[in-house]
Design a binder for this molecule. Structure first.
Ligand code: KG4
Length: 332
C-alpha cells in the first residue's frame, strides 16, 4: 500500500511516499529555518507564503525520488492540525487537490499522532505503551492501549519543553531554533549551576518549565549586570540536566504505576542527545525505549504517511473533501 504523506503545519513543507507503513520511498523536506532565523522564531504569514511557493515543487520531487507515478498512490494522508492555520491550509488544499485529480481517498491526520507514529518507521510499536511527546508546542505523557487510542495523563502547565529550549538559547545568544545548539553546547560543559528540578507537589504527571526557564534567564541577567562571566556550556549542561531528569523520571514513574514496559519518545525534542543518554543511563533494562532517528524526530511527512497507514488499517474510513484544518486540534 502506497501512502502519500503531506505535512505543512509550521515551517517545513514536506511530502513523502511510504510503502506499507514502513518503507520510506521518499521524504522531501523544504525547511524555512534560514528565512525565520533572523526573526528569532517562525513568522506565520511568511511561513504560509513560503509553503505556497514550495508545495508544488516538493510534491514533484517526492514522486521523482520515489520513482512512483501519482496513479500508483493508494491513500493520501495530510496533517489537519494542530499548527499555524495558514500553513496547515496550504498542505491540506494541495493534498485535497491531488486526491480530487487522481480520485484517491484522503485521511486527515493529527500532527501529534504523526510524531508518535514516526516511531513505527524504524521500530515495531508495541502496546500498551507510554508516549512522551516533546516538541516546540507540546509536552505530554500519553497512555496508548492500542493504535490510535490516546489518553493524555500529564501535560505542561506552562511552557512546552522545546519552547523553553528556544528561549534559553535566545538568552545566551544562540540562533533559532535553539534546541539543537543548547544540546551541542551541553555536551561541552558540566552540570555546575544549581537549577531547580520541577516535579510539582500535586503528585500528577504534569510538567512545568517556566520556572526553570526564568531561573536560567535571571542567572544570566544577574551575571551580566555584575560583569561576571557565564560559562555558557555549563549553563546549557545544567539546563539540559534539569529538563532531562524530570522528563525521564516522570516517564519511568508513570510506566511503573501503569505496569507498562514500552516507551515511545516523539516530537522535535526527541532529537536531543542528552535525553536519549539519560533514558539509556537510568533504564537498567527495565523498559523497551523507542526513539526515532533524528531525521524523523522533527517535522516530516513520512510520519504523517505512516500514521495514515495505521489509521486506515484500524478504522477503514476516509475523510471527504470537506476536510478542514484546525489550529488547536487535540489528540482524540
Ligand atoms: O516537533 P518539532 O519539529 O515542531 C513542533 O513543535 O511541532 O519541534 C521543534 C522543537 C524546537 O523547539 C526545537 O528547538 C526542538 O524541537 N529541538 C530540540 C532539538 N532538536 C530540535 N530541542 C532540544 N534538543 C534538540 N537536539
Amino acid at each position: 500500500m502506497l501512502v502519500l504523506g503531506v505535512e505543512s503545519s509550521c515551517d517545513e513543507t514536506s511530502v513523502a511516499i511510504v510503502k506499507d507503513g514502513k518503507e520510506v520511498l521518499s521524504c522531501v523536506i523544504n525547511s524555512q529555518i534560514k528565512i525565520h532565523e533572523k526573526f528569532g522564531g517562525v513568522v506565520p504569514e511568511i511561513a504560509s507564503r513560503n509553503h505556497v511557493y514550495q508545495v508544488s515543487m516538493v510534491f514533484k520531487q517526492a514522486f521523482i525520488e520515489a520513482n512512483v507515478k501519482p496513479e500508483d498512490i493508494d491513500l493520501v494522508a495530510v496533517t489537519k492540525g494542530p499548527g499555524l492555520i495558514g500553513s496547515l491550509l496550504v498542505g491540506l488544499n494541495a493534498a485535497k487537490t491531488f486526491a480530487l485529480m487522481y480520485k484517491k481517498p484522503i485521511i486527515g491526520i493529527n500532527h501529534l499522532a504523526g510524531h508518535i507514529y514516526a516511531n513505527a518507521i524504524e521500530h515495531e510499536m508495541k502496546f500498551p505503551c507510554v508516549a512522551l511527546l516533546v516538541s516546540g508546542g507540546n509536552t505530554e505523557l500519553i497512555y496508548m492501549k492500542d493504535h490510535f487510542e490516546f489518553e493524555i495523563i500529564g501535560e505542561t502547565l506552562d511552557d512546552a519543553v522545546g519552547e523553553a529550549y528556544d528561549k534559553v538559547a535566545r538568552v545566551v545568544g544562540l540562533p533559532y531554533p535553539g534546541g539543537p545548539h543548547v544540546d551541542r553546547l551541553a555536551h561541552l560543559g558540566n552540570d555546575t549551576y544549581k537549577l531547580p528540578r520541577v516535579y510539582l507537589e500535586d503528585g500528577s504527571y504534569n510538567f512545568s518549565f517556566s520556572g526553570l526557564k526564568s531561573a536560567v534567564i535571571n542567572l544570566h541577567h544577574n551575571a551580566m549586570q555584575r560583569g561576571e562571566d557565564i560559562n555558557v556550556n555549563d549553563l546549557c549542561a545544567s539546563f539540559q540536566a534539569s529538563v532531562t531528569e524530570v522528563l525521564v523520571r516522570k516517564t519511568f514513574k508513570l510506566c511503573e504505576s501503569l505496569n507498562v514496559k514500552n516507551i515511545i519518545v516523539a516530537g522535535g525534542v526527541s532529537a536531543n542527545k542528552g535525553l536519549k543518554e539519560r533514558f539509556n543511563l537510568e533504564n537498567n533494562n527495565r523498559f523497551n525505549i523507542s526513539i526515532p532517528s533524528i531525521k524523523y524526530c522533527t517535522d516530516n511527512a513520512a510520519m504523517i504517511g505512516v500514521a495514515g497507514y495505521y489509521h486506515y488499517l484500524k478504522y477503514k474510513k476516509f475523510d471527504d473533501l470537506e476536510l478542514n484544518a484546525s489550529a488547536s486540534l487535540e489528540l482524540e
